[in-house]
Ligand binder design. Structure first.
Ligand SMILES: CC(C)(COP(=O)(O)OP(=O)(O)OC[C@H]1O[C@@H](n2cnc3c(N)ncnc32)[C@H](O)[C@@H]1OP(=O)(O)O)[C@@H](O)C(=O)NCCC(=O)NCCS
Length: 194
């Protein structure tokens, strides 16, 4: 990681770990061109569309654009996107997780994630959040990670709670979702708590 910690440098380049991050059956690695078909299929799930910024009627061109955008995020130091994959089959895509909106001056970032429908209910999101937060604290030098989940999205709130995040506030009418405004629960995890 070549970011200058503690300075508000817009061009702080992020380098993802050379080896996948692993916890039991869950691993995180950089995105690959070979993920496109599984990415498209997962992003057509209505729950992913409902709760994330993934556009409706997701197609191959959206997936290609996402894979290109990830370079921008890394180069400019504003995002660190990972694919969530099976630890025993690194080609098998389970979901997506990113550290986003990195604020270098304040040493903080936001975590966002989704799982493909068939990957839910097995703890992959909880382990993925733990892995990306530990990496953010240890390798990027972050002091705080934030997580925002709609008040009406208990499954995402469950991920935050199982991952050790503290519920800090409810932010009213905070985001425009797909056709509705969302009140968001703001969660925070500090480096000293991870
Ligand atoms: C939010 C989302 C990622 C949560 O997925 P999830 O599978 O419920 O979360 P986890 O992977 O942490 O799995 C937790 C479930 O597995 C169970 N589980 C099994 N083994 C587990 C383990 N070792 N560790 C943790 N949980 C385990 C838990 O009991 C829980 O099931 P329950 O809800 O029936 O109690 C998923 O619903 C999703 O992708 N939704 C659409 C997109 C979205 O909402 N993104 C978040 C926007 S803020």
């Amino acid at each position: 990681m070549s970011a200058a910690i503690g300075q508000n440098r817009p061009m702080a380049r992020i380098v993802l770990p050379a080896e996948p991050l692993r916890d039991g059956p869950t691993a995180l690695r950089g995105w690959r061109e070979t993920d496109i078909d599984a990415l498209v299929e997962a992003c057509r799930d209505p729950e992913v569309v409902r709760w994330t910024r993934v556009p409706d009627r997701y197609g191959v061109s959206d997936a290609r654009a996402y894979l290109l955008q990830r370079y921008d995020g890394l180069e400019t130091g504003f995002a660190a996107p990972f694919a969530i994959v099976r630890a025993d089959d690194l080609e098998h895509l389970l979901g997506s997780i990113s550290l986003m909106r990195l604020e270098w001056r304040h040493l903080r970032a936001e975590v966002g994630y989704w799982l493909a429908p068939e990957a839910r209910g097995a703890g992959h999101a909880t382990r993925a959040v733990g892995l990306i937060c530990r990496w953010g604290f240890e390798s990027l030098g972050l002091e705080r990670v934030e997580l925002f989940a709609a008040t009406t999205n208990p499954l995402s709130q469950g991920v935050a709670e199982r991952s050790g995040f503290r519920r800090e506030a409810v932010l009213r009418s905070y985001m425009t979702g797909k056709g509705e405004r969302h009140d968001m629960v703001a969660f925070g995890l500090l480096a000293s708590e991870a």
